[in-house]
Structure formats: structure tokens, C-alpha cells
Design a protein around this ligand. Structure first.
Ligand SMILES: C[S@@+](CC[C@H](N)C(=O)[O-])C[C@H]1O[C@@H](n2cnc3c(N)ncnc32)[C@H](O)[C@@H]1O
Length: 351
């Protein structure tokens, strides 16, 4: 018997032959000794399925979006404050200087932000866009409901002229809004683009491009290739907050999937892959562990020394990135960078 597995990030549907575990997921009678599926709360199956899929792959990996539950989002906020994590400060500095010009170049628009998080950097744009307008619509989109709610409440308090219409879901959920709220400015900040691998990136930009009416604008934050020592420090901070962020994904498996992992035997590892121009972040297993995915009735053994990739963070070279985006019909309007050329904020227009 075959079953369909979907990988929405890359728009892929995979037909897999049922193994015992997969059958259990569908509640089909199992041979003695194999656990039956137990009812799972909404959302958990999605996580369970992604964990089953990624951990049965070679090499093992997990989709980065699951890093952001309430605990993960709170940890990410602490990462943004770390002295080694130059990204947030540098991009905020660029936006402080560039926001009035960006506002002038786009004219009045609805701001739609993908992966908005706490949206603190977005304040610079909201200030510029609400300055000479009676009201501005801001649509933050994020999978993490806790950070989305906090951001919406903060912005409504701080910016009475901004109407916030938050959307708790994946990026794709926002794409139909691009036509509905035309003219809009689509924000994708924090170099979150770097979390998508090449295949995911192509599918993502194709979908954005086909959903975006001609003349709409895109504001993209991209972290640039730099000295690997700086990158290494940024993802291996001395206070160990990034390590906690990585381990939280395994802690989430314990909380939501009853995985039974010993977190003290998993280490955060972040290293620069020069050929692929990306930081690669892993949980490295210090001892062999057998983890449960209770909602699917699956068990997986991960051996000592094995790595589970939890995240990538691609770094970009400016001319290559703008040419790449041009392939999807995005024309560069203006590139803003910092004096050290560590980070770029690109204003693009859909042709
Ligand atoms: C790297 S953080 C960036 C947050 C913020 N934009 C910034 O620049 O600081 C990525 C954000 O995207 C959200 N996110 C990750 N994957 C997502 C997805 N597939 N759909 C919607 N939101 C996602 C996370 O919850 C998180 O808030």
C-alpha cells in the first residue's frame, strides 16, 4: 500500500510504501507489539510527520520552521541581542537610515511581512509609512503564534495609525494577499531567506513571483558572505543561547512527541560550509539514543556521532543575488548596505 507524504516547503508530494510505523499513523490494525496511533492534538501531526520524514532521510535533517515554538521564538529574541549576532543590529541600522527613502520609492502601500517575528526592526518602516498617512495596514505573517500576538499588540499600542492584521501560518498563506492588498510592499527581513536551501528557494520565489502583481515591491534583507570567523562567532555565541535554540527543537520533540531524548547527550554544532556558502547547524548525538514519535507510533535510533541538521543560514554575494532574483522577474530598485558591507537590504519591484 502507498501513502502520500507532502513536503510543503518545496511543494513536493512523495509516495512512500507503508511501513509498520506509517500504517500506525493511519490507525490501521498493527501486528502485536507495534504501538497503535494515539489521537494527537491539532498541529502535532504536522510536526510528527516532518520529524519522521527528516530523521529517516540521509543525512538526517529537520525543517527549520519548527525551531519557532513559543520557547524557540523567545530564544531567538535573545540571540538578536547577543554581541556576536551582528545581523539584527546591522540590518536595523540600514533600515533606520533607509526607511524614508524606501517610503518615497514605493509610495503608499500595505506592508506584508513574512516571518515577522517580534517585528522590532519593522518599526523603522512603520514610522516612515505612517508619518504622512491617516492609516497604514500591516500584515505580519508567522508560524509562531506567541511572537505574532506579542508583535501585533506592541505595534497597535505604539503606532495608533497602523492597523495590524496578523496571520498565523506559513508564508504561502500570505501569497493570495499580495493581489488582495495591491499595491503592497512584501517584507522578508532578517536574512530568513538564508534558511531556505536552493530547491526550497526556487519554489518559494516562483510562488511569490506568480502571486505578486506587476509593480508591487519587495524588501529583502540578506546577510552577505564575510570572514568565516565572524560567522562562526555569530552562530556559536559565548553565552550558549544559540545552543539552547538548537536544543529546543529536540526539547520540543520531548514535549510534543514524547520523544524521550536525553538533551544532555546532544550538542549544538555550527560550521561554515565554504563550498555552499552557508552556515550549517546541527544537533550532534553524543551517545546512541532511541527516540519515539508517539503520534505516529514510530521509533528511530540515532547513533553516537550522528548529526541532525536543524537549520542552514545561507550567505549571499550581492550581484549574484540580484541577478538570481531577476530570473524571477524582480528588478532591483535600490540596494542599501552598511559601511562594512556585512548585510544588504534590497528594494525590488516585480516587473
Ligand atoms: C530568522 S527569524 C526572523 C524574524 C524577524 N523577521 C527578524 O528579522 O528578526 C524567522 C521568523 O520566521 C518565522 N518562520 C520560519 N519559517 C516560517 C514559515 N515557513 N512560515 C511562516 N513563518 C516562518 C519564525 O517563526 C521566525 O519568527
Amino acid at each position: 500500500m502507498k501513502t502520500q507524504w507532502e513536503i510543503p516547503e518545496i511543494g513536493l508530494k512523495v509516495a512512500k510504501r507503508d511501513s509498520g510505523g506509517y500504517l500506525a499513523a493511519k490507525g490501521v490494525a498493527m501486528p502485536p507489539g507495534v504501538p497503535r496511533s494515539v489521537p494527537a492534538p491539532p498541529g502535532v501531526r504536522d510536526f510528527a510527520g516532518a520529524v519522521a520524514l527528516g530523521l529517516n532521510d540521509a543525512p538526517r535533517w529537520l525543517p527549520a520552521r519548527f525551531l519557532y515554538d513559543a520557547a524557540g521564538s523567545a530564544l531567538f529574541e535573545r540571540i538578536c541581542e547577543l554581541p556576536e549576532y551582528y545581523l539584527t543590529r546591522t540590518e536595523a541600522g540600514i533600515l533606520t537610515r533607509a526607511a524614508p527613502e524606501i517610503r518615497k520609492l514605493t509610495g503608499p502601500v500595505t506592508l506584508i511581512e513574512l516571518g515577522s517575528g517580534s517585528a522590532t526592526k519593522t518599526d523603522h518602516l512603520l514610522r516612515a509609512y505612517s508619518e504622512d498617512a491617516d492609516s497604514v495596514r500591516y500584515v505580519p505573517v508567522d508560524v509562531s503564534s506567541s511572537i505574532l500576538r506579542a508583535a501585533a499588540e506592541r505595534i497597535e499600542d505604539q503606532f495608533p495609525g497602523v492597523k495590524v492584521d496578523g496571520l498565523n501560518g506559513e508564508y504561502e498563506a500570505a501569497f493570495p494577499l499580495l493581489a488582495q492588498y495591491h499595491p503592497s510592499l512584501l517584507l522578508f527581513l532578517g536574512s530568513t531567506l538564508g534558511n531556505l536551501n536552493q530547491a526550497e528557494s526556487v519554489v518559494f520565489w516562483r510562488r511569490v513571483a506568480s502571486a505578486m502583481p506587476a509593480g508591487s515591491h519587495l524588501l529583502l534583507g540578506a546577510d552577505l558572505v564575510k570572514d568565516p570567523a565572524l560567522l562562526h562567532a555569530a552562530y556559536n555565541d559565548a553565552a550558549g543561547v544559540t545552543a539552547q535554540f538548537t536544543l529546543n527543537l529536540f526539547a520540543r520533540m520531548n514535549r510534543e512527541l514524547d520523544a524521550g531524548l536525553d538533551l544532555s547527550r546532544i550538542a549544538h554544532e555550527a560550521r561554515w560550509n565554504a563550498e555552499w556558502q552557508r552556515m550549517e547547524i546541527f544537533g550532534r548525538f553524543l551517545s546512541t539514543q532511541r527516540l519515539r514519535i508517539r503520534p505516529l507510533g514510530l521509533e528511530i535510533t540515532i547513533r553516537a556521532g550522528e548529526h541532525v541538521m536543524t537549520e542552514i543560514s545561507r550567505k549571499f554575494v550581492l550581484p549574484r543575488l540580484t541577478t538570481y532574483l531577476g530570473c524571477f522577474g524582480f528588478r532591483l530598485v535600490r540596494a542599501f548596505t552598511d559601511p562594512r558591507q556585512w548585510f544588504a537590504v534590497l528594494l525590488l519591484q516585480k516587473e
